[in-house]
Design a protein around this ligand. Sequence first.
Ligand SMILES: NC(=O)c1ccc[n+]([C@@H]2O[C@H](COP(=O)([O-])OP(=O)(O)OC[C@H]3O[C@@H](n4cnc5c(N)ncnc54)[C@H](O)[C@@H]3O)[C@@H](O)[C@H]2O)c1
Length: 331
Amino acid sequence: MTTVGIIGAGSWGTALATVLAGKGCPVRIYDVDEQHLRRMESSRENTDYLPGVALNSNISFAYSHEEALKGADVVLFSAPAQHFRSAAEAAKPYVTPDMLIVNVAKGIERGTHKRLSQIAAEFFDMNNYVVLSGPSHAEEVGRRMPTTVAVASENPEAELKIQDLFMTDRFRVYTTEDVVGVELGGALKNIIALGAGIADGMGFGDNAKAALMTRGLAEIMRLGEKLGAQRETLSGLAGVGDLIVTCTSMHSRNRRCGLLIGEGMAPEDAVREVGMVVEGMFTAEAAYELAKEAGVEMPITDAIYHVSRGEMSASEAIEMLMGREKKHEQA
Ligand SMILES: NC(=O)c1ccc[n+]([C@@H]2O[C@H](COP(=O)([O-])OP(=O)(O)OC[C@H]3O[C@@H](n4cnc5c(N)ncnc54)[C@H](O)[C@@H]3O)[C@@H](O)[C@H]2O)c1
C-alpha cells in the first residue's frame, strides 16, 4: 500500500486524506498549527475546517515533517498557496529522490508571480512533481460525493501513478500534460468567484453571474494562453469546471467572501469572517501585476483587485465594467 505524508491539515488536505485512507493507504498528516492537529487527533475529526467527517484509523498525525515523511512514497502538499514555499523548504530535507510530490494548492505567489510548480522547481526534481486540481469542494469529497479532477505532470509516468493512487468509485481522476493550464485554471477562477460573490451580495441576478463567468473565462484564457496554457485545459475540469463550481456554490469561501464585500463589509473583515484561506484575495494581486507585465487586458481581474484592496467600491467596479467601450465578443 502506498504511504502518503500530507503537509497541511486544512479542509482539502483532510478530505484527500479520507479518500486515500478509505482505499487502505496509511496516511500521516502534519500541520504547522500543532494545537489544531492535537484537536483533530483527539476528536478524530477536523472540527476547525471539515466538521462532520470522521477520520478512519488509517489516518495518523505527525508533529514534524520528518515524522510525516519518513518512509512515505508520496508527499502531498495541501498548505495554502502563499505558504507553499515555506512548506516545501521545510519538507525538502525529508523528501527522497523516489518520492512523488503532489501539490493541490491553487494560487500564484505574491511578489514573484510564480506558479506553484515554478516554486517547486527551486526545491524538487520536477520529474516527481504532479499538480492535482479541478471542481472539488472538500465538504463534498469528505462525504464521498462524486467528484472529478485533473492531474498534470511533466512526467507521464508520475501522473499515471497519481491517477491510480487517487481513483475511487467516487473520485475520478483525468490526466493531462498541461501543468501550466491546470495551475492557472485553478488559481485564476478564484478571482472570478470573488466577483460572483460580490454580484450576489449586491443583489444582482443570474445574468450578472453568467456574464462574470463567461467574460471571466475569456480573460483567464487570454492570460493563460500568453503564459503557455492550452485552451483545451482551460475549457476542461481545471478551468471551466472549477470556475462553475466556485462561482455557484455555497461551499466556495471565495464566493462567500465576495458576498460579504458585496453586502458592504470591508474586505479585510470579510476575509476574517470567512475564517479559512481566501486564495482569490492574494491571487487577484498576483494576476493583476502579471497581466500588466504580460500586456494582457483583464478588466474583471483589475476591478476585483481594486475592490479587494478597498480602493474601489463594488458599485464603482460595476460602473467601470459596464461602462467600458463597446467591443467585439472575440476581440
Ligand atoms: N477546501 C477545498 O475545497 C479545496 C479544494 C481544492 C483545492 N483547495 C486548495 O487547497 C489549498 C488549501 O486549502 P484548504 O481549504 O485546505 O485551506 P484551510 O484554510 O482549510 O487550511 C489550511 C491549513 O494549512 C495549514 N498551513 C498553513 N501553512 C502551512 C505550512 N507551511 N505547512 C503546513 N501546514 C500549513 C493551516 O494551519 C491550515 O490548517 C488552497 O490552495 C486551496 O485553494 C481547497
